[in-house]
Design a protein around this ligand. Structure first.
Ligand code: NAD
Length: 331
């Protein structure tokens, strides 16, 4: 099947071309993102393959359908960027990669926790300048500390296991309890208790109308002074302005982000020679206790291999008119 890849990078191409030896699809890679302005590039393709920040709103989906595109293959797990009702109305089949490596994302959350706790980002800069002073680098033992995990699906479950290995107590919150987390010793609780008791809070639920700005002024006001907040899920889970206030009041003692609500014009591109106009993002970068990575939690070779395999297998299912286990339907 002819497939147009949007927002593609050299690493996508490497892993997809290698995996495609077993599938034989006709892949064309575009670096540009998919939006109404770029949709014409999909002319002549039966499927498009898109990533987290490609905007698949109703108007873009309509334009794709008009061009004769039949399938949308998301090479990611989250699908908050897709108007599924519009896709269904237009007869477009949408598939995704529900799981490619929960370990990759959980381990990145751990990287952020350890970096912020032990001030590795500051120590790295200091030692390179010949400054071996330790003032300001005091951390705390993770052993014995209480960590709140919101969303205990695939990634939250792996994180629970890793944290239990560190000797942490895990408070969990989800709409459904995960037996693996219970077996690992997590204790399920309501959000209020989690906000109040956790020294570290890590977000692993999807972005939905219910979880939009889950971390807001009210939630932050309930947290212990100095709470560490980690978000590797979706930017919209956090009210960034409220978090900046929380950092200034030291209610939030450290912030680790891999995602940001307004990341779309910034992330996945090199803007190092430009002026960045997002003052909220720039303010975040001025705090010594904030570490931001550019949506890279998924970026391991295992994950990229699995993303390519599952996406190409999804496309084969679509091409052959078979039911695909990874197809999305409007709820
Ligand atoms: P999953 O579907 O296995 O788990 C999500 C969990 O969140 C489920 O257990 C679900 O019941 C729970 N949930 C849903 N609504 C909730 C609510 N209102 N309150 C509490 N819990 C709720 O998903 P996953 O594979 O663990 O991925 C989690 C999220 O991580 C994805 O939705 C995606 O946004 C994000 N993600 C980020 C990256 C990255 O590179 N940064 C990579 C992959 C996934």
């Amino acid at each position: 099947m002819k497939v147009a890849f949007f927002s593609s990078k050299a690493y996508d191409r490497t892993f997809f071309e290698a995996a495609n030896a077993d599938y034989g699809h006709d892949l064309q890679f575009f670096e540009t993102g998919l939006s109404l302005g770029t949709v014409q590039l999909a002319t002549g393709f039966r499927a498009v393959c898109s990533f987290v920040n490609d905007r698949l709103d109703a108007i873009t989906l309509e334009a794709l359908a008009e061009l004769g595109v039949e399938h949308v293959a998301l090479r990611c797990a989250g699908f908050n960027q897709v108007d599924l009702s519009a896709a269904e109305r237009l007869g477009l089949r949408v598939v995704r990669v529900p799981a490619y490596s929960p370990h990759a994302v959980a381990e990145h959350a751990i990287a952020l926790i350890l970096t912020l706790n032990r001030k590795i980002h500051r120590a790295y800069a200091r030692t390179r300048e010949g400054n071996f002073a330790l003032d300001g680098l005091v951390g705390f033992d993770l052993n014995g500390c209480t960590v709140g995990i919101i969303g205990t699906g695939r990634i939250g479950a792996v994180l629970t296991q890793i944290l239990r290995g560190f000797g942490c107590h895990v408070l969990a919150h989800d709409l459904v309890e995960n037996p693996d987390c219970l077996a690992a010793g997590a204790v399920y609780t309501d959000l209020d208790q989690l906000w109040q008791e956790a020294q570290i809070i890590s977000l692993h639920c999807p972005l939905t109308p219910q979880t939009y700005h889950l971390v807001n002024r009210e939630a932050i006001a309930k947290m212990q002074p100095g709470t560490m907040l980690i978000n590797t899920s979706r930017g919209g889970l956090v009210d960034t302005q409220a978090v900046i206030e929380g950092l200034k009041l030291k209610r939030i003692g450290a912030l680790g982000l891999d995602v940001y609500e307004q990341e779309e014009p910034l992330f996945f591109q090199d803007h190092s020679t430009e002026i960045i106009h997002d003052d909220v993002f720039q303010r975040l970068l001025t705090f010594p206790n904030v570490v931001i990575t550019g949506h890279q939690a998924f970026l391991t070779d295992t994950a990229l291999h699995n993303i390519a395999e599952t996406t190409l297998s999804n496309l084969t299912d679509l091409e052959q008119g078979r039911a695909c286990p990874n197809q999305l339907f409007a709820g």
